[in-house]
Design a protein around this ligand. Structure first.
Ligand code: NAD
Length: 260
């Protein structure tokens, strides 16, 4: 379905982003990976996806706090593959603290990586998509783009912001062949959530498994983590012809979290 097209996924050296990269490569797209990590592990991921799906896979070390590096990453993907057709704004970090104790540095980092990077990447990618009359922009927001939780001021603000950005880009791009949507996952067992579970277990002296269930049951009617591959599947669907008129949407994949 995406054969001959090129996709770039920010924050794809781990978790949800890596699963989306695999899913888009599985649908035939050439892929640009991005994110931090150990050099050898990133190269193994890059080469593994290329071999398994017989597509070209590039890697950009661009830092999502740096607008200049983001613009250069998009330009490089367009140069290497002749186009950038699918942009997935996925890079994200979490920081947990009550608002009066929330460090200014952490606030700025969360907003830069979770929200502003999506603006910088979208701004750089839209002209090429408009020129080719086709594009898919997929923003990985969160259930926290739709509802709030305590101690997550920056994260919740950033994800609500991502949903606002998604709607504006969708309106501006209507009738250009470009769609822009947000995916809103509930709990997905990735390093971002594992570190929260470890911190909870340290504070409560409960086991990791007990804290996993506590985390799920506090928020989700369905006591199951969403699999990263399922988010990859939803991203592929949003690139399909069947999804051509889905735009400006915020799609929960959250075990019923936001239905309550
Ligand atoms: P993760 O920690 O496994 O992966 C985060 C990725 O972002 C990594 O590749 C990391 O290297 C990259 N990254 C971090 N800072 C960066 C920077 N400055 N520049 C470039 N890359 C950077 O996390 P994840 O759970 O896979 O999260 C991916 C996205 O999904 C995030 O936006 C997160 O908010 C969102 N999300 C996650 C969950 C969940 O339960 N895990 C739920 C809802 C939404």
């Amino acid at each position: 379905m995406l054969k001959g097209k090129s996709a770039l996924i920010t924050g794809s050296t781990s978790g949800i982003g890596a699963a989306i990269a695999r899913a888009l490569a599985g649908a035939g797209a050439n892929v640009t990976l991005n994110g931090f990590g150990e050099k050898g592990e990133i190269e193994a991921l890059r080469a593994g996806i290329a071999k398994e799906h017989k597509v070209e896979v590039a890697y950009s070390p661009a830092d999502m706090t740096r607008p200049d590096e983001i613009a250069a990453m998009i330009a490089e993907a367009e140069k290497r593959f002749g186009a950038l057709d699918v942009l997935v704004n996925n890079a994200g970090i979490q920081h947990v603290a009550p608002v009066e104790e929330f460090s200014v540095e952490k606030w700025n980092a969360v907003i830069a990586i979770n929200l502003s990077s999506a603006f910088h990447a979208t701004r750089a990618a839209v002209p090429g998509m408009k020129a080719r009359k086709w594009g898919r922009i997929i923003n990985i927001a969160s259930a926290h783009g739709l509802v709030a939780s305590v101690q997550k001021a920056a994260y919740v603000a950033s994800k609500h912001g991502v949903i606002g950005l998604t709607k504006v880009v969708a309106l501006e791009a209507a009738n250009t062949g470009i769609t822009c949507n947000a995916i809103c996952p509930g709990w997905v067992l990735t390093p971002l959530v594992e570190q929260q579970i470890v911190a909870r277990a340290a504070a409560s002296h409960k086991t990791i498994d007990e804290e996993k269930l506590a985390l799920l049951s506090e928020k989700q009617p369905m006591h199951a983590f969403t699999k990263p591959d399922s988010i990859g599947g939803l991203a592929v669907f949003l690139c399909s012809d069947a999804a051509a008129t889905i735009t400006g949407a915020s799609l929960p994949i959250d075990g019923g979290w936001t239905a309550t």
